[in-house]
Design a protein around this ligand. Structure first.
Ligand code: NAD
Ligand code: WQD
Length: 337
């Protein structure tokens, strides 16, 4: 199958490209490299021994996107490209709506005119907002609480409408929980620009000595140890979930939504402990006030993906930390040399 992967040079995209190549698919990546480095794809080629073409294009450049789709003879598109920092989206919402929503409209119009009607979309558990109905199921009402999350919610609604209007479309809406970890080779992984927003990359930078200590946001939640609980999913499990979803939409039309999570929550201090063990060093941390907007507990009901796709996460927190650490320690500055 020939697959176009938008945002394929990024963290989750590069791991998925690797899996697609290993499964024998032909892959073209469309990425403007605004939050990534082409080195990720060079390394994917090193690991797999296979070639991947990079089209350095912005999704907002509709003529260029059109050009790629028109001549491409693609079977399907996997759409990762987007901005993802919650705090930044609150400060600059228009940039988020433009990049994520308008960028997706450009992509869909080009797909429509090229006759490519199969799409896997990176949604997020953020669409559930701060729902307390854990485990979170796909049936819950969506109530994103920030502009980033609302871009995901709007795109999901747009894709539902598209599938209703034209029954030849097949779309998988994948709601990721908290991705972490890296490919077991340690050659590819997450390479955040500036201060990491997410817990695991921050902990990894503390472990490697790039940062002094972790600030733990809140120690008074009603959880096992007072710290926030999340569903951390290994990025390779996530990547494999995309292949399963791609398979499903080759055989079925319509809009499908699946949580991609493990179904198990871990607290911040459990992550700190597991990472410390993987790295063989203790992680310095300080308990500080809650981060505004954070939920106490979030984890997936992952039953639908298992029932419909035969997919479930195979890797645990220990393996995730070990793989994340292997990547971090051999690439202390990420892809920046
Ligand atoms: P990432 O930033 O590493 O990857 C996104 C990629 O998209 C980058 O390579 C970036 O350069 C590219 N991109 C952004 N805007 C673009 C545009 N206008 N045109 C072309 N390329 C563009 O992020 P990631 O963690 O790999 O996330 C991938 C997707 O998954 C995103 O849509 C994100 O919102 C979603 N998601 C991520 C998480 C997470 O915690 N990492 C959780 C849930 C959902
Ligand atoms: C996890 C836990 C924090 C950093 C975010 C987005 C969500 C999705 C995934 C894209 C929480 C605590 C964190 C730190 C800490 N992204 N923490 N100190 O908030 O669950 O989800 O990323 O779709 O949309 O909101 O993930 O990694 O930021 O936080 O104590 O320096 O770690 O309070 O309990 P979150 P996170």
């Amino acid at each position: 199958m020939k697959v176009l992967v938008t945002g394929g040079a990024g963290y989750i995209g590069s791991h998925t490209v690797l899996c697609l190549l290993e499964e024998g698919h032909d892959v073209v990546v469309l990425d403007n490299l605004s939050n990534s480095n082409a080195e990720s794809l060079i390394r994917v080629q090193e690991i797999t021994g296979k070639q991947v073409a990079l089209q350095e294009i912005d999704l907002l450049d509709s003529a260029a996107v059109h050009g790629v789709l028109r001549g491409g003879n693609f079977d399907s598109v996997v759409h990762f490209a987007g901005l993802k920092a919650v705090g930044e989206s609150v400060v600059d919402p228009l940039t988020y709506y433009k990049n994520n929503v308008a960028g997706t409209i450009n992509l869909l119009e080009s797909m429509q005119s090229a006759g490519v009607h199969r799409l896997v979309f990176s949604s997020s558990a953020t669409v559930y907002g701060n729902s307390e109905n854990v485990p979170l199921t796909e049936k819950l009402h969506l109530e994103a609480t920030n502009p980033y999350g609302r871009t995901k919610q709007h795109i999901e609604e747009m894709l539902n409408d598209l599938c209703t209007s034209d029954p030849t479309w097949a779309v998988a809406l994948l709601r990721y929980f908290n991705p972490a970890g890296a490919h077991e080779s340690g050659l590819i992984g997450e390479s955040p620009v500036g201060v990491p927003n997410n817990l695991v990359p921050f902990v990894a930078q503390v472990a490697v000595g790039r940062r002094d200590k972790l600030f733990v946001f809140g120690g008074d939640y009603p959880t096992i140890d007072g710290t926030g609980v999340r569903d951390y999913i290994h990025v390779m499990d996530l990547a494999e979930g995309h292949l399963a979803a791609l398979g499903h939409i080759q055989r079925n039309c319509g809009a499908f939504k699946w949580n991609l999570g493990t179904g198990k929550g871990s607290s911040v201090l459990e992550v700190v402990d597991a990472f410390g063990k993987a790295a063989g060093r203790s992680i310095k941390y300080e308990l500080v006030a809650r981060r505004p907007g954070d939920a106490a507990v979030s984890y997936a009901d992952a039953a639908a993906a298992l029932a419909d796709l035969g997919w479930s996460a195979r890797r645990n927190l220990e393996q995730m930390c070990a793989d994340h650490w292997r990547w971090q320690v051999s690439n202390p500055n990420g892809y920046e040399r």
